[in-house]
Design a protein around this ligand. Structure first.
Ligand code: ADP
Length: 469
């Protein structure tokens, strides 16, 4: 190979494409290609703005992409087809009460008011929200969790198509590193990847939370440093840091979107799923501590209160129910010691380091109640009660995990980023999980983050586009 060819090859291998990276110009720059960023880009493009979206990963989606793709909404067309009576008032009150009134009522109202329109907007873009898939989210009896079989991936696919159809330029593998401001006004971002500078009349930060940044978790959610993040690697709080460098105000830190996970196996694998089945959880003392059928963020809080790890207890029948497909994973988990086994419940307890009499007595009580179809300990739904009577017995540790963080940049109802002085920072908008104020300390219901991301994204996109003359 000729010397110049080797040099070129070496440059390519070192990823020095940035050498050729260009300065670009547009009307609206969007940082982050998750639910909020794509919604913002589509809305801005629909209003005639030329939009460039930067996504630091090689793929779009962020946390939204790996989520269930569920969206909360009240008074929606889907609910009306399903005959569900719901109201914006009830959704507003639910979100405020779940947030213990630590959240911003104006922001919550803005998201509530748009929720039905946003469900329809997504349906028009191709997301299949249907009456038969309506479900419960959180602890409300009202089915307002709009689900889609394709999950978050379907949502992102529809949003990406809509963005591309509208001429949005999407630069993958391009990380925003710094906001550029002139005379107090944000006029662009510096970046690494397919562009080094992107200028625009407005910048929308939609970089998601910071679950994949252990330092920031330690600083802003110190109670959850040991929580297992279920996240994509791009969620490192960059937008919070970039805006803070310009004096942006933050609020609402401390909590996470609580979930639970089995350690050392992939999220969603057979063994991880086994850890989340509604069977019987006990703590280190061998006692049940929660309704195993409760809403996931509340189970997560209960696990957190037990020190972050609890045990899923099950019997041979549950193992058999995994079927032949799951058997290989099960055998591997047993061989590696991840799953413990005992010929008797006492033997299993010893394996798990739990007092044997305590676990035996919990199981005897649980089985007696399950046989009667009544759980006087937690009033768990009778349909989910199945006695565990077929040895051998098994135990699987289940850890507190999170699907993202709560808290971030303060925005107003126009999605403008607020400075510590209380003034909006001209030209700067934020949307989605990079913002704080929508949630309190506990994640209220599956589908809330998507509802907030789509609403604030569309608001940010519309207002940013309005700056274009
Ligand atoms: P939201 O629900 O608020 O849209 P997501 O987690 O779904 O949040 O999406 C955030 C997206 O932002 C992710 O795809 C992530 O990789 C991307 N991102 C994070 N930091 C940067 C950055 N500095 N530059 C470009 N993209 C970023």
């Amino acid at each position: 190979m000729k010397k110049w060819m080797l040099i070129l090859l070496a440059m390519w291998l070192c990823g020095v494409s940035a050498v050729w990276a260009q300065s670009l110009e547009c009307d609206v720059v969007v940082i982050g290609g998750g639910g909020a960023g794509l919604s913002a880009a589509i809305e801005a493009a629909d209003r005639g703005a030329k939009v460039i979206l930067l996504e630091k990963m090689a793929f779009l989606g962020g946390e939204t992409g790996i989520s269930g793709g569920t969206i909360q909404g009240a008074e929606t067309v889907v609910q009306s087809k399903a005959g569900v009576a719901d109201s914006r008032r009830d959704l507003f009150r639910y979100w405020m009460e779940a947030g213990h009134y630590k959240n911003d009522p104006e922001l919550v109202r803005a998201v509530v008011d748009m929720s039905a329109a946003n469900v329809e907007w997504l349906m028009k873009l191709g997301v299949a929200y249907e009456p038969r898939n309506l479900g419960l989210g959180g602890w409300t009896p009202v089915p307002r969790a709009h689900r889609t079989p394709g999950g978050g991936a379907e949502l992102i696919k529809a949003l990406e198509k809509a963005a591309r159809d509208r001429g949005v330029t999407i630069l993958l593998g391009t990380k925003a590193t710094e906001l550029v401001s002139e005379n107090g006004r944000v006029v662009g971002v510096r970046a690494e990847g397919k562009a080094s500078l992107v200028k625009g009349k407005a910048v929308i930060i939609a970089t998601g939370g910071f679950a994949a940044n252990p330092e920031m978790v330690k600083q802003y959610a110190p109670d959850y440093v040991d929580s297992l993040p279920i996240t994509t690697p791009g969620i490192t709080g960059d937008g919070i840091r970039m805006a803070q460098a310009l004096g942006a105000k933050t609020r609402g830190f401390g909590g996470v979107i609580g979930f639970r996970k089995v350690k050392d196996v992939p999220y969603g694998s057979t063994i991880d799923g086994l850890g989340r089945q509604v069977i019987m959880y006990v703590n280190k003392a061998g006692k049940r501590f929660v309704d195993e059928n409760a809403y996931y963020a509340l189970i997560a809080e209960a696990i957190h209160n037990q020190g972050g790890v609890v045990y899923q207890i099950f019997d041979e029948k549950k193992r058999e129910a995994l079927g032949s497909a799951g058997q290989k994973d099960f055998d591997e988990a047993l061989a590696s010691g991840l799953i413990k086994q005992g010929a008797t419940i006492e033997e299993l307890a010893t394996q798990l380091g739990i007092p044997p009499e305590a676990l035996a007595s919990t199981l005897a009580e649980f089985n007696g109640n399950a046989a009667k179809g009544h759980d006087p300990v937690f009033w768990r739904d009778a349909a989910t009660l199945v006695p565990l009577t077929t040895p051998p017995y098994y135990g699987l540790p289940v850890f507190h995990a999170n699907l993202g963080t709560l808290g971030g940049l303060v925005i107003n109802t126009d999605a403008q980023v607020i400075h510590t002085s209380g003034e909006a920072i001209p030209g700067l908008y934020a949307a989605g999980s990079v913002t704080g104020g929508f949630f309190g300390d506990v994640y209220p219901a599956g589908g809330s983050a998507v509802a907030m991301a789509v609403a604030t994204g569309r608001i940010a996109g519309a207002n940013a586009a309005s700056l274009v003359k």
